[in-house]
Write a protein that binds this ligand. Structure first.
Ligand SMILES: CC(C)(COP(=O)(O)OP(=O)(O)OC[C@H]1O[C@@H](n2cnc3c(N)ncnc32)[C@H](O)[C@@H]1OP(=O)(O)O)[C@@H](O)C(=O)NCCC(=O)NCCS
Length: 338
């Protein structure tokens, strides 16, 4: 396509999605991203595209109809020095099949990134379902994640725990455990309540002396079926939590995800005979390198690269290329990912 043709086809302006059009956008998103599904994406991703979304949502209209959508939600990450940096979490990028190949999705994501850059946001992050699309927009794999395919029988050989279903009044305890991370993504109580109540997300807590010392969450709508994408607290108790969840829901196999740099997590599951699979956590692009360096260089032993291109990889690592002891202990857990 020549630039001229593209310019003609791309005349539709980008608009901010207004509350009156949330339903129309929901229909487009579900039609594009999960046409056969019985659960709307607005329910698995409530803070991005749900009725209570706290996100920047942009659309393209053609003849009055919404034909493309993209959203970004700001994640604020605390640092051990009581500073923070921001990540713009991008998702629900979709274009009506009849309108594809006209640059709508590219323009929407580019606009979101540009707004975030101007607002001083340090970096953007996403979980891509299509290969090639986001690389063209500057994203590259970043962060270290390790997964284990697990089965209940061998989980029973691990440390025992006093496991219970999560009660709503324990959500602040889960937030307390989450804040023990070196670089936690901040969640308000209200946001945590919404996230732990996503449909088809089941959370179990491990108690010691009546106190919550660990938790694990299985599933998240249709997004993480059969996957424990978030856990917190004592890593050695996660196998017992996982076993309880799997037995309760009749799962013979499940997947648990966690940070590669967390040796206790790796040991807890490796010791039970499960094989680690190392992978990238997400895709990222740096938007304001100077600010990101300022926030994170004090916590990083090596000098950081001068250019922005390799900065995310230097800070957070890249699977197979960076040893886990050379990265910052940062991880985005499943309930925050879009
Ligand atoms: C992926 C999707 C959003 C692309 O929308 P679109 O408006 O057709 O994309 P654009 O026209 O802006 O394409 C921009 C670039 O990405 C490329 N691209 C488009 N779709 C792609 C795909 N599925 N895989 C790889 N590259 C793709 C285009 O070739 C184009 O490259 P160019 O800039 O070199 O010409 C659309 O196909 C869609 O809605 N898919 C279903 C939902 C989905 O999977 N969303 C992604 C979530 S991560």
């Amino acid at each position: 396509m020549t630039a001229e043709t593209e310019a003609l086809l791309s005349l539709q302006p980008i608009e901010e999605l207004q509350p009156g059009s949330f339903d129309e956008a929901r229909q487009l998103i579900d039609r594009c991203m999960r046409p056969e599904a019985d659960l709307s994406m607005s329910l698995d991703f409530p803070l991005l595209v749900g009725a209570e979304a706290r996100a920047r949502r942009l659309v393209v209209r053609s003849e009055g109809r919404i034909v493309a959508h993209a959203a970004g939600r700001l994640l604020r990450v605390a640092t051990p020095a009581r500073r923070s940096f921001a990540l713009f979490d991008i998702g629900a990028v979709c274009t009506d099949p009849a309108e594809r190949g006209r640059g709508h999705a590219r323009r929407l994501v580019t606009e979101l990134l540009q707004e975030a850059r101007l607002a001083g946001v340090e970096a953007a992050i996403l979980w891509a379902e299509v290969e090639g699309f986001y690389e063209k927009l500057g994203f590259a794999p970043a962060g270290l994640e390790t997964r284990f395919l697990i089965e209940p029988r061998r989980l029973g050989l691990g440390q025992e725990a006093d496991v219970w279903p999560l009660r709503q009044q324990e959500i602040p305890d889960l937030m307390r455990l989450r804040r023990q991370d070196a670089f936690p993504v901040r969640r308000s109580l209200d946001e945590a309540r919404i996230l732990f109540n996503i449909p088809r997300c089941e959370t179990r807590v491990a108690l010691e002396g009546g106190r919550v010392v660990a938790y694990a969450s299985l599933g998240k709508g249709l997004d993480f079926q059969g996957v424990i994408s978030e856990w917190g607290g004592v890593p050695e108790l996660v196998p017992a939590l996982a076993r309880d969840l799997m037995l309760e829901f009749g799962l013979e196999q499940a997947m648990v995800m966690g940070p590669t740099w967390d040796r206790r997590y790796l040991r807890a599951f490796s010791a039970l005979g499960f094989t680690p699979e190392h992978t990238d956590m997400a895709m990222m692009t740096v938007l304001n390198g100077r600010r990101l360096r300022q926030a994170l260089q004090p916590h990083f032993e090596q000098p950081l690269p001068a250019g922005d291109e390799d900065l995310a990889e230097a800070l957070f690592g890249r699977s197979g290329l960076t040893p886990p002891d050379r990265v910052l202990p940062f991880f985005v857990w499943g309930l925050d990912s879009v």
